[in-house]
Design a protein around this ligand. Structure first.
Ligand code: FE2
Length: 422
């Protein structure tokens, strides 16, 4: 074996298991592997899961908070204004430097797969070209999918459709969209139809920002579902945010969820950004403005958790850790039931992998060895403490390590360790 993880707690097993890795793959999972390896990790009962999959981030905008100025209100609209100024100064080097930095943070948090949107409303496609380079540079350690994202709309920006086609010709992996931001309902419908037609013609997946608003009249998800079914794209289409669903009447939401299930649409919810951006037009009571995660899960729809922004004009916080998004989701989505807390981790691992389209992923013999060793004994403890990732393994190699902090209290002059374990 090239690497053995000893005494790992793994989902579905009663007793700790050893995980043997040969080359890039998991060769064996069993109670006690008799072989040895020059590289062994003693998990000592710690949780081991498949690595984290980030399904929604904007690497072209990361780490720009405060440049050229801070967002004083924290609103979406001030964020858009500031980004409009910042985007004029984007250069290849600037995008690559910031994206590389954010990817390092994410990798240290256990993320080995990243789906990033990139703004293609730019005649020079500066950010896209830069991120195509970043994608190739990280190949083999972090797999990156690039979504051609028309931040200002396909039909509300000059030559938006041509830029989308050019972005795909250059090598973007997925078709994006933002129908609710287009100038008219008709433009929005056309944008969805164009995006999914391009996906079908080119054999690509699609991932659209969809109904990210508190407007209960924003109803493009139904168009996404209908077009997905019509074009036979079931399982290959993702809708991000879908926050308007919070405000739909229940009869409409019920009907919509049926179409979504038929279409096999994946939903990515982004609790960090949307918890601060939605409900901004409300007097009290202020809506959470959030998609119906529990209802969608109960209906059998795949829901994932995305980070969205990392220190950009829309969200100044974050370190790129999907577990922070899970933690906020537990509160914002009222997912505090025992099974619900455990399900949060699936939404950034196995569920996210399904959205990503990964078929080599998972903690099973023969699968790609992309793993995380947590400083936590259980999934619920990993979420509760946003536990450190003591080791991150990508394709069989340890690519990140974290030494957990040690806390102690000093009482009457005597130090005493605090572990935050009951
Ligand atoms: Fe987004």
């Amino acid at each position: 074996m090239d690497l053995i993880i000893r005494q790992a707690t793994v989902a579905g097993a009663e007793q700790p298991a050893d995980i043997g890795i040969r080359g890039e793959r998991i060769a064996r999972i069993g109670p006690a592997i008799t072989e040895t390896s020059p590289h062994e990790i003693d998990a000592a009962g710690r949780l081991v899961t498949p690595s984290l999959v980030e399904t929604h981030v904007h690497l072209d905008a990361v780490l720009t908070a405060g440049s050229p100025r801070h967002n004083l209100t924290g609103s979406l609209f001030e964020g858009i204004e500031i980004w409009g100024e910042r985007v004029k100064t984007l250069t290849r080097e600037d995008v690559i430097r910031r994206a590389d930095q954010a990817i390092r943070w994410m990798l240290a948090c256990g993320v080995t797969h990243i789906r990033t949107h990139v703004d293609v409303c730019d005649p020079a496609l500066v950010a896209l070209r830069a991120l195509l380079e970043v994608r190739e540079a990280w190949r083999g350690v972090v797999e990156i999918q690039i979504v051609a994202f028309p931040q200002q709309g396909i039909y509300s920006f000059p030559d938006g459709e041509a830029l989308m086609v050019q972005a795909l010709d250059l090598g973007a992996d997925l078709v994006g969209g933002i129908p609710h931001y287009e100038w008219t309902r008709e433009y929005g419908e056309r944008a969805v139809k164009t995006a999914l037609r391009l996906a079908a013609e080119r054999g690509l997946r699609a991932d659209l920002h969809c109904d990210e608003t508190d407007d209960d009249q924003s109803r493009f998800l139904e168009v996404v579902a209908a077009e997905t079914i019509r074009l036979g794209l079931q399982g290959r289409v993702t809708a991000g945010h879908a926050t308007a669903m919070h405000s739909y009447n229940n009869a409409y939401a019920h009907r919509l969820i049926r179409w979504m299930r038929q279409a096999g649409v994946h939903i990515v919810t982004n609790p960090l950004d949307n918890s601060v951006l939605q409900g901004r037009f409300d007097a009290y009571p202020i809506r959470r403005g959030f998609t119906r995660v529990k209802e969608l899960l109960a209906a059998g729809i795949n829901v994932c958790i995305g980070h969205d922004s990392i220190m950009d004009p829309w969200y100044p916080l974050g370190v790129g850790d999907p577990l922070q998004a899970c933690f906020v989701m537990a509160h914002y989505g009222q997912m505090s039931g025992y099974e619900e807390v455990r399900a949060l981790l699936e939404m950034v691992t196995t569920r996210a992998a399904a959205c990503f389209g990964l078929d080599e992923y998972g903690l099973a013999e023969g699968r790609q060895a992309d793993l995380v060793v947590w400083d936590a004994p259980t999934p619920e403890d990993a979420v509760r403490r946003i536990a450190p990732r003591v080791a991150v393994i990508s394709r069989g190699r340890v690519v990140a390590r974290t030494t957990p902090a040690r806390s102690e209290v000093i009482l009457r002059g005597t130090p005493e360790a605090v572990t935050f374990q009951p």
